[in-house]
Unconditional design. Structure first.
Length: 318
C-alpha cells in the first residue's frame, strides 16, 4: 500500500467486516507519505487481527506482497489492493468451496469493475464456454487474456512457492498469477465479489517508461511456461497477447514519446525492437500474422511505420 489514505476505510472495513471471522489481515505500508500508516495503526489498535508492517524503502507492490506472504500463517491467502474492496461474505464463500473440495487450490472472485468517478458497476462477464471448475492449466489458458479474473483466494502452500517478480513493477504480479494458476490442481470460479475500482491515477494508467515493462514481463512469463512444459495452445495464446501489447507499446511511444528524454526514447525503441525479434510467423495465427496493420514485417522499423499508418487511418475514420 502506498499513499492510499482516502481509499483505506473502504478496503479495511470490507476485510475486517468479513462474515468469516477467523482471518489474519496483514497490511504492508510501502513508505507512504500521507496518513495511510497512521490510519492503519488506528484500525490495528481496534482489531488485533490486523498486523501492520512497513517496508524499509519504497519497493513496489510485488515486493510488499512477498513480505506479506513471508509472515502470513493461514492455510489460505488472498490479496486485496488498498483502493479495492471485497463483499463481506467473499471469504466465507471461498472457504466453503475449499472445505468441500480438497483438490481445489484456487477459488476466484466474481469481479466487478467500478468507475471511481461515477461509481458505476460493470460485472465481469464470463464466457459461457468456460467451465465453473477446471484444471489449473486450463485456468491459466483463460487468464492469459483475463477471460477469467486473476483475483482469488488460494492455498498458501501453492502461492508461497512462487514469489512475485519484483523487476517489472505491477506487471510482475501478473506473471506470478499466471504461473500459480498453471500449477494449481483445480480452480473453481467463485461467487464472492471483488470490487475493482478503476482509478485514473493507478500504476498501470500513468504515462511513464514503466508502462513498457510489460514487454519484458510477458517474455519472462513465456520462458517460464515453456520451461514448465506448457502446450502450444497456451504459448500461442500468450504470444497473441504479447503481439497486441507490442502494438499498444508502439502507439504509446508515438503519442507520448515527447515526454521522455532522448536516452529514454532510445532505450524504449531498443526494448520494443528486441521484443519484436522474439516473434516468428509460426508463433502467431495466420489471421494475425498477415492481417492489415498487424502483419509481421521484415524489420521492427517497418512494423512501427505500419502501426503509425494504422493510427492515421483510425483518425480519418473518426
Amino acid at each position: 500500500m502506498y499513499n492510499a489514505e482516502r481509499y483505506l476505510p473502504r478496503c479495511m472495513e470490507s476485510l475486517l467486516g468479513q462474515t468469516h471471522r477467523d482471518i489474519e489481515v496483514i497490511a504492508i505500508d510501502d513508505c507512504s507519505t500521507d496518513g495511510s500508516l497512521r490510519l492503519l495503526q488506528e484500525y490495528a489498535a481496534a482489531d488485533p487481527r490486523l498486523r501492520v508492517l512497513q517496508m524499509e524503502h519504497n519497493s513496489g507492490a510485488p515486493a510488499a506482497r512477498n513480505k506479506a506472504m513471508d509472515v502470513s500463517m493461514g492455510e489460505l491467502m488472498t490479496t486485496v489492493d488498498a483502493d479495492d474492496a471485497i463483499s463481506l461474505d467473499a471469504i466465507e464463500k471461498a472457504v466453503r468451496v475449499f472445505e468441500e473440495s480438497p483438490t481445489v487450490d484456487i477459488v476466484t472472485y466474481d469481479l466487478v469493475r467500478i468507475n471511481a468517478a461515477t461509481n458505476k458497476e460493470i460485472p465481469h462477464k464470463i464466457n459461457p464456454r468456460i467451465p465453473r471448475r477446471m484444471s489449473g492449466k486450463e485456468a491459466c489458458y483463460w487468464t492469459l487474456h483475463w477471460d477469467i479474473p486473476g483475483l482469488d483466494v488460494v492455498r498458501s502452500s501453492l502461492e508461497k512457492r512462487f514469489l512475485a517478480e519484483t523487476r517489472y513493477g505491477q506487471y510482475g504480479d501478473e506473471t506470478t498469477t499466471h504461473i500459480v494458476f498453471y500449477n494449481a490442481c483445480e480452480v473453481v470460479l467463485g461467487e464472492g465479489k471483488y470490487y475493482y475500482y478503476q482509478n485514473p491515477d493507478s500504476y498501470t494508467n500513468k504515462i511513464s517508461v514503466k508502462r513498457f515493462e510489460m514487454l519484458e514481463c510477458r517474455l519472462s512469463l513465456r520462458r517460464q511456461l515453456v520451461n514448465a512444459g506448457a502446450d502450444k495452445r497456451i504459448i500461442r495464446r500468450l504470444d497473441v497477447k504479447r503481439w497486441h501489447e507490442l502494438m499498444k507499446a508502439c502507439a504509446l511511444y508515438h503519442e507520448y514519446g515527447s515526454m521522455f528524454t532522448a536516452e529514454e526514447r532510445e532505450d524504449l525503441w531498443q526494448r520494443m525492437a528486441t521484443t519484436y525479434r522474439t516473434f516468428s510467423l509460426s508463433d502467431l495465427p495466420l489471421r494475425l500474422a498477415f492481417a492489415p496493420f498487424r502483419a509481421k514485417m521484415p524489420t521492427f522499423r517497418l512494423f512501427y511505420i505500419e502501426q503509425l499508418l494504422k493510427q492515421f487511418v483510425k483518425s480519418l475514420i473518426r
